[in-house]
Design a protein around this ligand. Structure first.
Ligand code: ADP
Length: 447
């Protein structure tokens, strides 16, 4: 097992990784920008290294600075967390080339899955169903029209290198397609440095259902069930739950088996997530994330498995100790993302935290970097806390979430807590009857 791990991230996820290391008796090195000198994970880590100014490009994305920090502190492994360098195949390779361990999958798997076109081809070859669409990048208008006629409108233009829900364009007819294609390409170039775009059939009422995978790279793979992440705003998740209220046991078993077989053949190592759209009883793969996900705690709650601990054990050469039949699913869990944003306009609300009181009691987990007096910087993602609750049933989970949100006090800034309170009081949400478009309609109704 490692003696010292460098955590190449910030915020709540850095703290989450620190906690897993601590429980394994591993020392931690925090790296941070000048804006994060007072962050909780920096305070708690055994050592910390300032790697640059606030701008991510000069700090959390600065590979050289991070590798230097690992070398001077004698860290043996690097956990990239979520975002920043977590899905950067070049970084994973550089870490290995420096004789260190990258806590994640192989650079090759990161590379294949990092491009949505190569990812779709790879999983199709492994027997996973995908959304109908173009088989590769689309460049010319003529080609675009041909493909659109074949798959039928509406279609969605997506960036091969896309992420964060950015740059997708819905086209309902040929005219839309002619105008949107060049826009999509130029946006893809400016957001992701790669103008390759492809087409998918735009599904009108799907749910976003994803499967948590854990592999040891030695052919052993388990899945930890699904998460339903249909509650989204601008294609960004706001609330996640497990199990999905829409799936039955047979559907879960069927998609689970397909995924296990595919990931076993691939020889996948570490935690990963297969994302699907689910409509009329069918699953359609959209992408794979080769890293830990923000919403991993809901899977941890319903299985009792610590995903970060498993990632670390596997990176240290350990085998999976569990077989699929040993994974026991019980109860229901919901996570709400608490962002430092105005709950109606979503305007960012950085600033100094005044009074702070986190909820507790049975079945409540708070993964948060906040504390009283902490200053939320304006340079980064607005996610400041995750409230995750567990219940023996979905109903118990909802009651618990309601009371935990009531208890939560975050003074000094605006947060999305009031929005979550409204969402979970809505009859559709209570019955579990919602698709990826539900939240947009809900916001319109509320306005
Ligand atoms: P990103 O990598 O930018 O997050 P994804 O491919 O994961 O992009 O898609 C993000 C979200 O966009 C999905 O959860 C879903 O809400 C929506 N989406 C993606 N593909 C489709 C599609 N073919 N039809 C309808 N909605 C889609």
């Amino acid at each position: 097992m490692f003696e010292k791990i460098l955590i190449a991230n910030r915020g709540e996820i850095a703290l989450r990784i620190h906690r897993a290391c601590r429980e394994l008796g591993i020392q931690t090195v925090a790296v941070h920008s000048t804006a994060d000198a007072d962050a909780m994970h920096v305070r708690l880590a055994d050592e910390s290294v300032c790697i640059g100014p606030p701008a991510p490009r000069q700090s959390y994305l600065n590979m050289q600075a991070i590798l230097t920090a690992a070398t001077i502190t004698g860290a043996e492994a690097i956990h990239p967390g979520v975002g920043f360098l977590a899905e950067n195949a070049d970084f994973a390779q550089m870490v290995q080339d420096h004789g260190l361990v990258f806590i994640g999958p192989s650079p090759e798997h990161i590379r294949i899955m990092g491009d949505k076109i190569t990812a779709k081809r790879a999983v199709q070859a492994l027997g996973i169903p995908t959304v109908p669409g173009s088989d590769g990048p689309v460049t010319s208008d003529e080609e675009a029209l041909d493909i659109a006629r074949r798959i039928g409108f509406p279609i969605l233009i997506k960036a091969a290198a896309g992420g964060g829900g950015k740059g997708m364009k819905i086209c309902r007819n040929e005219e839309d397609l002619r105008t949107q294609l060049p826009v999509a390409r130029s946006e893809a170039r400016s957001f992701f440095g790669n103008d390759a775009v492809f087409f998918e059939k735009f599904l009108e009422k799907p749910r976003h259902i994803e499967l948590q995978i854990l592999g040891d790279g030695q052919g052993n793979v388990i899945h930890l069930g699904e998460r339903d992440c249909s509650l989204q705003r601008r294609h960004q998740k706001l609330l996640e739950e497990a199990p999905s209220p829409a799936l039955n046991a047979d559907e879960r078993e069927a998609i689970g088996q397909i995924a296990l077989k595919a990931m076993g053949t691939l020889g996948y190592a570490s935690a990963g997530t297969l994302e699907f759209l689910y409509e009329d009883g069918q699953f359609y793969f959209i992408e794979m994330n080769t890293r830990l996900q923000v919403e991993h705690p809901v899977s941890e709650f319903i299985t009792g498995i610590d995903l970060v601990r498993e990632q670390i054990r596997i990176a240290a050469g350990g085998k999976l100790t569990l077989k699929q039949e040993d994974v026991r699913f019980s109860g229901a869990a919901i996570e709400v993302r608490i962002n430092a944003e105005h709950p109606e306009t979503f305007a960012p609300s950085p600033g100094k935290i005044g009074e702070y009181h986190a909820p507790g009691g049975p079945g409540v987990r708070v993964d948060s970097a906040l504390y009283s007096g902490y200053k939320v910087p304006s340079h980064y993602d607005s996610l400041v806390s995750k409230l995750i609750v567990y219940g023996k049933t979905r109903n118990e989970c909802l009651m618990r979430l309601r009371r935990a949100l009531e208890e939560y006090v975050i003074g000094g800034i605006q947060t999305t807590i009031p929005l979550h309170q409204k969402i979970i009081a809505d009859p559709d949400f209570i019955t579990g009857d919602y698709t990826i478009h539900w939240l947009e309609h809900f916001m319109e109704r509320a306005a």
